[in-house]
Ligand binder design. Structure first.
Ligand SMILES: *[C@@H]1O[C@H](CO)[C@@H](O)[C@H](O)[C@H]1NC(C)=O
Ligand SMILES: *[C@@H]1O[C@H](CO)[C@@H](O)[C@H](O)[C@H]1NC(C)=O
Ligand SMILES: *[C@@H]1O[C@H](CO)[C@@H](O)[C@H](O)[C@H]1NC(C)=O
Ligand SMILES: *[C@@H]1O[C@H](CO)[C@@H](O)[C@H](O)[C@H]1NC(C)=O
Ligand SMILES: *[C@@H]1O[C@H](CO)[C@@H](O)[C@H](O)[C@H]1NC(C)=O
Ligand SMILES: *[C@@H]1O[C@H](CO)[C@@H](O)[C@H](O)[C@H]1NC(C)=O
Length: 775
């Protein structure tokens, strides 16, 4: 939270006019300093203001804050003899381990202290053998457990650091309960029940000090994996990860309600960061195939509406206008008189009831709801939100009560709380979240900073979203500046995570370079002519970027389109004929999907229907109508040094096609009068200077994807095959077309049977396949 910084220098000078016109001196700055740190004030020295102390990493302030009370005194009051101090961060006592020892034994464990585990003989160690006390007051790794195969139905759930457990029987329906020692805060399940499936209900508890926070990375992992499972329509094929299910049927409705507490927010920076974090979250969610409805409210003692879910679901408001509303939101009145936490939940409950009335009970049953609230949990009006949360749960769960039994409707409601602030009222908040096996719904942050935006940016970048083809990051605006190398920035690789370089070496040692696109984790789509050479090919290398390193992948199989024959029309004075210039390379092993390596979407697949958010069964023809329209701008890539850059060109279809392709007759090696003989219906044509100056392809661009972006998804519609002129030699990699220069790209819609026979071959179980649509 940003507040204006105050210095001891101003002592005595800070008197403010109050509403009545008189002058008074409020709380003063005497003895407010903190040893080893500094402080900020939320409302200067007026009553209601808070001193927020800041310490370097690995330290926490004690006390955390002071409040200026109505009597103009600080609480707790500062004193010269015991000033605020930055104390070293401590981690909870790890000596809770049963059947083993933690080494070294200490009374207290401080940041950077390291422990190792020793299990008694006959017991095996699960969890982390070595742990470090981290600067956020948590132990690294996972809770160590010394286990013996006792034949119990559920495994020994262990005892986390700082906690005590009651319950030592682990059979079906047996219960264990936890408390945290020494007033630590228990985050997670206080009670866990052994279920028939051999798993414990809820999530492992953790004991937090008041100074313990979740790091952005933890939030990104834990919130990311929870929200993803609500968003992804595809089952992870990693079935060791239990509890991962299909949550949203393709036609399902998801409603997202976001509440942001701004009662502490005198400072614009705070509101700005909050807005940016929410915008980033929405932006990330838009990459998934579900299109949720949104209700967004900021709140203090009253509600500031950003978007109303009824307006959204009836189509009166769209996503771009939500983004605009968020961006333009300003708090005009200084409404800082109070916080009514229950108001925002009442609002959400009210909106849900309205939705239910609108769509009817039967349809409402199929609606899923995600509530996300950011607050410190403090309120001074409106009372506790708990009764309203119970009403919300009853409405969605249809009166199922939380009795440790599996709730058949638990996946219809998620309530996440981001507890944020220098002082968090955990007890007001922890019971408001929903509980789901192995999913964390309660997070503690010390502030809303730019890091939160980054955190939300990262949540879809993990490997779990393997099913999402074409997902990429967007970098604007410098990337559209062709004059500079747009890709000086390392992250820009994430804009085109599907591009690969192909290097073909022949006997003489000469190499030829092409581009290709990853279309499944094990297949590369490229041009067949990359492999036409009179010399014998000795090596084909595929270069990808995996885990920030360029890696060379081995090729298992090269599949050239059976109709490709460069010499087919020699007798007609067409020296080189590029029809069906398509090839697939099967890699020896599938690549690991990462943020910078992920397949592009190809037409006529269910995966692409999902990326386009098309509801219901679609056909290949419908995809073509959507994806290929005369005058559409298409993109393709070029590689200079180690960087990829984006080029663009306008596709000429329909009445514009003839004029476009006739320039092919001027290409070297061609001596015929019928352009259609050279450029068959299987090609798309780009180039020229109308209606814009198109970029023109260079030699090394061959085989690369010609694609379009739909929000955060890239869909390949063609691949670069050949052109009439090589302008790049003189004009460089980002050469613009002259009047007559043309490029011809293989239209993927014309080679679907070939792609389907390999990429959709579900009679084999060697590699992962795509689901092709009917023609
Ligand atoms: C908010 O606080 C930050 C840091 O505490 C400061 O840099 C910024 O100028 C403040 N903004 C306003 C509008 O007061
Ligand atoms: C206040 O303390 C924080 C943490 O120690 C430090 O990063 C920051 O630079 C300090 N600010 C000032 C103005 O001294
Ligand atoms: C634990 O950390 C404290 C504080 O840094 C340090 O004084 C102590 O030596 C550490 N203990 C061990 C065993 O490293
Ligand atoms: C849930 O309980 C409330 C109060 O007992 C009742 O009014 C409501 O009809 C019940 N809802 C369902 C779906 O059973
Ligand atoms: C082009 O074809 C015509 C007729 O087939 C022939 O007379 C002419 O010599 C050819 N020109 C070249 C340059 O091959
Ligand atoms: C599909 O897989 C089956 C089983 O491995 C194989 O026999 C068949 O040739 C494959 N089809 C193609 C087009 O590769």
């Amino acid at each position: 939270m940003g507040f204006s910084v105050f210095w001891g220098l101003f002592l005595g000078l800070l008197c403010f006019f109050n509403m009545g016109g008189g002058v008074w001196c409020d709380c003063n700055v005497r003895n407010l300093e903190i040893e080893g740190g500094n402080y900020t004030l939320t409302k200067q020295l007026q009553s209601g203001s808070t001193v927020v102390y800041h310490c370097p990493e690995g330290y926490y302030p004690y006390p955390a804050i002071r409040r200026c009370q109505l009597n103009n005194r600080w609480n707790p009051s500062p004193s010269r003899w015991s000033p605020a101090r930055c104390k070293m961060v401590e981690c909870p006592d790890p000596n809770t381990l049963e059947n083993g020892n933690i080494l070294p034994p200490q009374v207290q464990y401080f940041v950077n202290n390291e422990t190792t585990v020793e299990c008694y003989s006959g017991f095996k160690l699960y969890g982390s053998p070595q742990r470090y006390c981290l600067p956020n007051g948590k132990w690294s790794g996972r809770t160590p457990i010394c286990r013996r195969d006792s034949g119990s139905h559920c495994p020994d759930p262990g005892v986390p650091p700082g906690a005590s457990r009651t319950g030592n029987h682990f059979g079906i329906s047996d219960k264990v309960t936890y408390i945290c020692n020494n007033n630590l805060i228990l985050v997670g399940s206080t009670e866990r029940v052994c279920q028939e499936n051999g798993q414990w209900t809820g999530i492992e508890p953790a004991c937090y000090y008041r100074h313990t926070y979740d790091t952005p990375q933890e939030i990104s992992e834990e919130f990311g994996s929870a929200i993803r499972s609500s968003l992804t329509t595809l089952e992870s094929h990693d079935d060791t990860q239990e509890g991962r299910r299909i949550r949203i049927p393709k036609s399902g409705i998801l409603n997202i309600y976001i509440g942001m507490d701004i009662s502490e927010s005198i400072n614009e920076t705070y509101i700005d960061n909050s807005k940016k974090a929410i915008m980033k979250l929405i932006d990330k969610i838009s990459a998934f195939s579900v299109t949720p409805n949104y209700q967004i409210d900021f709140f203090a003692s009253q509600i500031y509406k950003i978007v109303d879910i009824i307006d959204f679901s009836s189509g009166n408001v769209d996503l771009p206008s939500v983004m605009r509303n968020l961006r333009d939101f300003r708090v005009t009145t200084r409404d800082t008189s109070g916080t009514d936490l229950s108001l925002v939940f009442k609002k959400f409950y009210h909106q849900m009831s309205l939705l239910k009335t609108r769509v009817g009970e039967e349809v409402f049953k199929e609606h899923r709801h995600v509530i996300i609230v950011f607050t410190d949990g403090g309120f001074n009006m409106g009372g506790s939100p708990e009764p309203t949360v119970i009403k919300i749960k009853n409405m969605v769960y249809m009166n199922h009560t939380d009795d440790g039994k599996i709730n058949p409707r638990d996946e219809y409601l998620d309530i996440y709380i981001f507890a944020v602030g220098s002082e968090i009222y955990d007890n007001n908040l922890m019971h408001l979240t929903t509980v789901r096996p192995n999913e964390k719904h309660y997070f503690r942050l010390d502030k809303i900073s730019k890091e939160l935006e980054q955190t939300f940016d990262d949540i879809i970048d993990e490997r779990e979203v393997v099913g999402l083809c074409g997902l990429h990051r967007d970098y604007t605006p410098s990337v559209n500046n062709y004059n500079r190398n747009p890709l000086g920035d390392v992250d820009s690789r994430k804009m085109f995570p599907w591009v690969v370089s192909i290097i073909v070496t022949v006997e003489t040692g000469v190499t030829k370079k092409c581009l290709g696109s990853l279309v499944t984790p094990q297949f590369i789509l490229t041009a067949a002519h990359c492999f036409t050479t009179s010399d014998i090919i000795t090596k084909i290398e595929v270069e990808v970027e995996e885990y920030n390193k360029i890696r060379v992948k081995e090729v298992k199989r090269r599949i050239i389109h059976p109709n490709y024959n460069i010499n087919a029309k020699k007798h007609m004075n067409i020296g080189e004929f590029y029809d069906y210039d398509v090839a697939l390379l099967q890699l020896q092993k599938p690549v690991d999907i990462t943020i910078s390596l992920r397949p592009i979407c190809i037409p006529c697949t269910q995966e692409t229907s999902d990326a386009l958010k098309l509801v219901g069964k679609k056909t290949c023809t419908q995809h073509e109508e959507i994806l290929l329209k005369n005058g559409d701008q298409l993109n393709f890539l070029t590689k200079t040094n180690d960087f990829y850059g984006k080029k663009s060109a306008i596709v000429k279809l329909g009445s514009n096609r003839e004029a476009c392709i006739k320039e092919a007759l001027k290409a070297p090696g061609i001596n015929t009068t019928n352009a259609e003989e050279v450029v068959t219906g299987n090609f798309l044509c780009t180039g020229g200077r109308f209606p814009q100056r198109d970029h023109i392809a260079c030699q090394g661009d061959s085989g690369g994807a010609v694609y379009k972006n739909y929000e955060r998804r890239s869909i390949q519609v063609a691949l670069v095959s050949w052109g009439t002129k090589d302008l790049c030699k003189t004009r460089g990699s980002f050469a613009e077309s002259d009047e007559t220069s043309r490029d011809f790209h293989i239209n993927l819609f014309r080679v679907i049977p070939f792609l389907k026979s390999h990429l959709g071959n579900d009679t084999q179980d060697e590699y992962e396949v795509l689901t092709f649509l009917d023609m």
